[in-house]
Design a protein around this ligand. Structure first.
Ligand SMILES: C[S@@+](CC[C@H](N)C(=O)[O-])C[C@H]1O[C@@H](n2cnc3c(N)ncnc32)[C@H](O)[C@@H]1O
Length: 298
């Protein structure tokens, strides 16, 4: 456990997908005056340098966010609104221009908070929790932002429902442990009983593991049983096989290439926003004929 460090993955295609959704959902919640609570069950360290040794070693941001920005002149028309909103948050963290600082979900969320909103951040990693606590202290946000060094799955229900009955639960585990898939479903199921009208955003990797394939079905079933709308978006940037395979050699997977997000109780505008943003993500980050997206709802 705890071999996963988000610093290697910051700004990759999966971050582009999940953080675009996070920004869109929070902006929609902020349209009403009444405050809302965002709960991030797996927060990470808060902010990352895209020129760090960790980021350079993996090169994932190069295939993700940096490709999205590098290639944007390929678009025939304007960039989709959801991607522009995502980019605006990144600009805030890079006031000198360029893209060296990549905010994690806690800082994306904090940037979009208004005075009346609250943010709860769970993190378990002994190093990342210290980084996160330091970042949050620097924000001087007082009681508006709470960092909790606890298991996010176990701790989530105690904040539900939020006092204003408005909120977003962002669930972004590392899935280092197979049990995480099951724990996500249990956590959402328990949480929906306490807070059926909340918006739930769950990211997951699409990898050859039965639990990963069944996760979106389990989540959409929970939504259906509660008679709530859901949305499922996936993004793939290329083939997962190595392209330097010699004849007779079995192709081996090379990094994460495919992931998805399930949203329960999505804003009614999100489907259309993603209908515009996902093809552009594929156009700008896609590397071969296996790049693509899907978008379904119920
Ligand atoms: C994919 S990363 C999170 C990235 C972050 N949400 C972002 O978008 O910037 C997953 C994080 O969850 C942490 N983690 C793993 N198991 C956890 C648990 N049960 N509760 C809370 N955090 C956990 C890991 O240490 C890691 O930092």
């Amino acid at each position: 456990m705890f071999s996963y460090r988000h610093a290697y993955h910051a700004g990759n295609h999966a971050d582009v997908l999940k953080h675009t959704v996070l920004v869109a959902v929070m902006k929609h919640l902020a349209l009403k005056e009444v405050g809302f609570t965002t709960i991030d069950t797996h927060a990470g360290a808060g902010i990352y340098r895209l020129d760090s040794a960790d980021a350079n070693q993996s090169g994932e941001a190069q295939e993700g966010l940096l490709a999205l920005m590098r290639n944007k002149s390929k678009l025939a028309g304007p960039m989709a609104d959801a991607l522009l909103d995502y980019r605006r948050v990144l600009d805030h963290f890079n006031p000198e221009g360029g893209l060296l600082n990549y905010p994690g979900s806690p800082l994306f969320a904090h940037h979009l908070l208004r005075e009346q909103d609250k943010l709860k951040l769970f993190e378990m990693h002994p190093t990342d929790i210290r980084g996160l606590q330091t970042r949050v202290e620097e924000l001087r946000a007082g009681r508006q932002v709470m960092v909790i060094h606890e298991d996010g799955f176990n701790g989530l229900p105690k904040f539900l429902p939020p006092s204003t009955r408005r909120g977003l639960v962002f669930i972004d585990p590392s899935y280092e442990i197979k049990l995480d898939y099951e724990r996500v479903v249990v956590a959402v199921s328990i949480s929906m009983k306490r807070f059926a009208t909340g918006t739930y955003v769950v990211w997951y990797p699409i990898i050859p593991r039965p639990q990963a394939h069944s996760l979106p079905r389990h989540l959409s079933n929970l939504a259906r049983q509660a008679d709530k709308p859901w949305l499922h978006a996936t993004l793939r940037i290329r083939t997962g096989a190595r392209n330097d395979v010699t004849p007779g050699e079995k192709a081996k997977p090379k990094g994460l290439v495919d992931s998805g997000v399930v949203i329960i109780n999505p804003p009614f505008t999100l489907y259309e926003q993603l209908q515009q943003a996902l093809p552009q993500m594929v156009q700008l980050m896609g590397q071969d004929h296996l790049a693509g997206f899907s978008l379904t709802r119920g």
